[in-house]
Ligand binder design. Structure first.
Ligand code: FEO
Length: 395
């Protein structure tokens, strides 16, 4: 069912309260999500994006209850990923000649996924615009690599709505649609988790894009992303927040992440946590067992941290496989401006700490000279090493 968001603009998306994971199982979801599509009805009728493939028939059925589909003058596809383009196949069966406005890269990604179907693509670039009547127009803004090569945003003049695609979104189902109706704590947490796990690898590009957006002086009054709450109240708050997050963000926090076999490495982890509290009571400390904790939530805490400590016992001349996968994800997220230290127990060969240090350096962290490497279980001497390592992390 359509919901008016402003004047002649309606939300026609899908609130997905049951979604548990996204990007396969790579992103955990605890507060539902939404795929937001929008309908603009001025002299021209425009559909901005669609919804995910599994819901494509419902999408078309619901849309044709609201409008005669043949009245849609054109579709804007801001992004080719299937959570937004996935209903095009069902929709275009009904209106096969309807023009689709998108970037050149989106033509490639849409045709790559659904095949060449002879759709009438119109390629647009930053600054291109199209009149939709009643004195309003749509201005297109390429958002290359935020987070796909094909990503784009669309600005509706007059109503001054920025359809920002994935940027500024959250995996968060808000039945009332708007940020001022959402739980502010959950909204911030989900917006941050989304930023860290989806956009942080492209933070440098994002900073430049935010500057470009600012230079366009668009009088933004509402930001309508493709997931989660629509930013109606103080919409620029999320732009300001993104600028801060994209600039090598850190808080006074240290995150400790480890896995353990017979609790020796866990003891070091908790020893580090206590030592941080002793040396710096104002520093927030978070401790996670990598094998048990949700990796997306842990990475969000890593993002907030000024330093991390990562631990694993040595097993088969390496670290635990749980830690190996976690380190790979850590590297992908391209964190900046953070220190890291390594720790772990061993029984005989004891390679894990050196290997962890190498991986942390590869992931872009400044690795401390000191580490904690404990034979079997931590001793008094090892606790002294913990103090030295914590001093270096806090320095
Ligand atoms: Fe929500 Fe990149 O798709």
């Amino acid at each position: 069912m359509r919901r008016q968001i402003k004047n002649n603009v309606s939300w026609v998306g899908y609130l997905d309260w049951e979604l548990e994971t996204f990007h396969g199982d790579d992103y955990s979801i605890y507060n539902g999500s939404s795929q937001n599509a929008y309908l603009i009805e001025e002299e021209k009728t425009v559909l901005i994006d669609t919804i995910w493939t599994p819901h494509r028939f419902d999408f078309v059925e619901n849309l044709q209850k609201e409008i005669d589909l043949s009245k849609i003058d054109f579709i804007v596809a801001n992004h080719g990923e299937c959570d937004h383009s996935g209903s095009l196949t069902a929709l275009m069966e009904k209106i096969p000649n309807t023009p689709i406005y998108c970037t050149a890269q989106a033509v490639k990604s849409i045709e790559g996924q659904y095949g060449k179907r002879g759709w009438d693509f119109h390629v647009v670039k930053t600054g291109d615009s199209i009149d939709i009547g009643n004195g309003k127009k749509l201005i297109f803004i390429e958002m290359r690599m935020l987070h796909w090569p094909d990503s784009m945003a669309t600005f509706l003049t007059g109503d001054n709505i920025l359809f920002s695609m994935d940027a500024f979104g959250q995996h968060y189902a808000v039945e009332e649609l708007f940020n001022d109706k959402a739980d502010p704590c959950v909204l911030r947490k989900e917006a941050l988790k989304y930023f860290v796990n989806i956009l942080n690898p492209f933070a440098a590009l994002l900073s430049k894009k935010l500057q470009e957006l600012e230079s366009m002086s668009l009088p933004i009054e509402m930001i309508a992303p493709s997931h989660g709450a629509i930013w109606r109240e103080d919409p620029l708050q999320i732009v300001r927040q993104y600028a801060e997050w994209a600039d090598a963000y850190q808080e006074n926090q240290i995150t400790i992440a480890y896995d353990t076999m017979w609790e020796g490495t866990a003891k070091i982890a908790h020893g580090i946590a206590e030592e941080i509290q002793r040396q710096s009571p104002d520093t927030v400390v978070k401790v996670f067992n990598i094998a048990k904790a949700d990796k997306n939530e842990v990475m969000t805490e890593v993002f907030k941290s000024k330093a991390i400590a990562v631990g694993s016992p040595t097993v088969c001349n390496s670290y635990l496989s749980s830690v190996a996968g976690w380190l790979e994800f850590l590297k992908q997220l391209k964190f900046r401006n953070k220190k890291a230290a390594a720790f772990g127990c061993y029984g005989w060969s004891g390679e894990s700490v050196k290997l962890l240090q190498a991986k942390l350096a590869e992931a872009g962290f400044t690795v401390t000279e000191s580490s904690v490497r404990s034979l079997w279980n931590p001793t008094e001497e090892d606790y002294a090493s913990i103090a030295t390592m914590v001093e270096e992390l806090l320095r």
